[in-house]
Design a protein around this ligand. Structure first.
Ligand code: C2E
Ligand code: CA
Ligand code: CA
Length: 393
């Protein structure tokens, strides 16, 4: 096939295309006038790509890639005839608005700043206590990252983890979190042991992304940090979401299996918000379910939420694994969860995520809270075997 453009009243051949190649008219992307024609030099069969097929894909494209594509198209057009560069046409088009291009550039800028933040110690690890509803003791802590930005202040993870995931920087972020929590765990253990007057070893949870499990050095990195900090894997839980499990199930099963062999527990984070597939519960070795706060938030006002949470707890009971309920804001939610047989609870009712400096005060204050009655209602006994410090949750 020959690609022709009109120049000075006659057609000039620009290029030729052969079997298996794509012939594309730029106008299908940006809706501007057609700039070239194609003629078949011999009989051939074409597979048509419609403008809507392309349009749907382009609108889902990463904004940075879309901006790059439009920049290349514009540059290419302006290197052609002036007529080809003018606007026109009524076909659906994918254009980059100024807002989108600002967003795309912001994302790129953020990636650069995040790389700088990782190198310059601007990341901080906060720990949110997890309470055992049975004995009301502090059972563990979830590690939650923040970015202490020199100009913007404390940046929440929701503002930079998605960018880190797209850019691949999440692997480095997780590496930092693992090193930091292994280092902090020693001091937090000492605080808890001193306050409880016994060697009460809390567990620490670590949030993982899909790319972490795909990183070849991930398991070795975990093992190295445990060794350097003389920590026992049985005091750490790896939190993954349902979608992470489903991304590359075979690899996830292999890597998580290795982690469990080392002693780590595996918890499903935000349970109930993703696939909630019984198939993966059946296929993957899972040690704990974390019920998302979207269910917990409406527990006191919505009997349906109560039924759903009750079913999740029953499911976990059947699998002989404990449940952590997240986002507990008030006493009423804590009481309902307690009645439903939930093992662990985490939320602002007990504590917001704390810097290391706030842990000592919290642990000391919590000793007094342990003496207070939780609520008047009777509760189901908690299976003690699930609660042994050092075992999987
Ligand atoms: P997540 O893993 O579901 O973490 C729980 C989130 O709920 C935390 O938000 C916590 O501060 C918040 N939360 C806890 N209790 C309450 C409550 O009673 N009320 C309300 N409204 N919120 C509560 P945070 O720290 O902003 O983290 C948001 C998400 O960012 C996390 O959700 C997790 O998906 C991600 N994230 C945080 N740290 C890391 C990390 O180190 N690595 C990765 N990959 N993701 C992280
Ligand atoms: Ca989590
Ligand atoms: Ca969660």
């Amino acid at each position: 096939m020959a690609i022709l453009v009109e120049q000075g009243g006659r057609y000039v051949q620009l290029a030729s295309r052969h079997q298996g190649e794509i012939i594309g008219e730029m106008a299908i992307i940006d809706g501007k006038p057609r700039s070239a024609s194609v003629i078949a030099l011999e009989p051939c069969r074409l597979t048509v790509i419609t403008s809507s097929q392309l349009h749907n894909r382009l609108t889902q494209l990463d904004p940075v890639l879309r901006l790059c594509m439009h920049t290349i198209l514009d540059r290419f057009r302006s290197s052609m005839t002036p007529a080809a560069a003018t606007d026109g046409g009524s076909e659906p088009r994918v254009t980059v608005t100024s807002i989108e291009s600002v967003q795309a550039l912001d994302a790129l800028r953020l990636e650069g700043q995040l790389a700088h933040a990782i190198r310059n110690d601007e990341l901080e690890l906060h720990l949110q206590p997890i309470i055992n509803l049975g004995d009301r003791r502090i059972a563990g802590f979830e590690s939650l990252i923040r970015w202490r930005h020199p100009e913007c202040g404390l940046v929440p993870p929701a503002s930079f983890i998605p960018v880190a995931e797209v850019s691949g920087q999440i692997v480095e972020v997780t590496r930092w979190v693992i090193a930091e929590i292994c280092r902090m765990a020693k001091d937090v253990d000492a605080i808890c042991a001193a306050a409880a007057g016994r060697a009460a070893a809390p567990f620490f949870t670590i949030n993982l992304s899909g790319q972490d499990l795909a990183e070849p050095g991930f398991v070795d990195g975990l093992e190295r940090e445990l060794r350097i900090n003389r920590r026992d894997a049985r005091h750490f839980k790896l939190e993954i979401t349902e979608s992470v499990l489903m991304q590359e199930p075979a690899n996830a099963a292999r890597v998580l299996g290795q982690c469990r062999d080392m002693g780590f527990a595996v918890a499903i984070d935000d349970f109930g918000t993703g696939y909630s597939s019984f198939d993966y519960l059946h296929r993957f070795p899972i040690d704990c379910l974390k019920i998302d706060r979207s269910f917990v938030g409406s527990l006191s006002s919505d009997h349906r939420a109560r039924a759903i949470v009750g079913s999740m707890i029953n499911l976990a009971d059947g699998l002989e694994i404990p449940v952590v309920a997240e986002g507990i804001d008030d006493q009423a939610q804590a009481s309902i969860l307690d009645e439903l047989g939930c093992t662990f609870a985490q939320g602002y009712l007990f504590a917001k995520p704390l810097l290391f400096g706030g842990i000592q005060g919290f642990v000391a204050d919590w000793r007094h809270a342990e003496a207070q009655p939780w609520h008047a209602a009777s509760r189901r006994p908690v299976d003690r075997k699930l609660l042994t410090a050092g075992s999987h949750f």
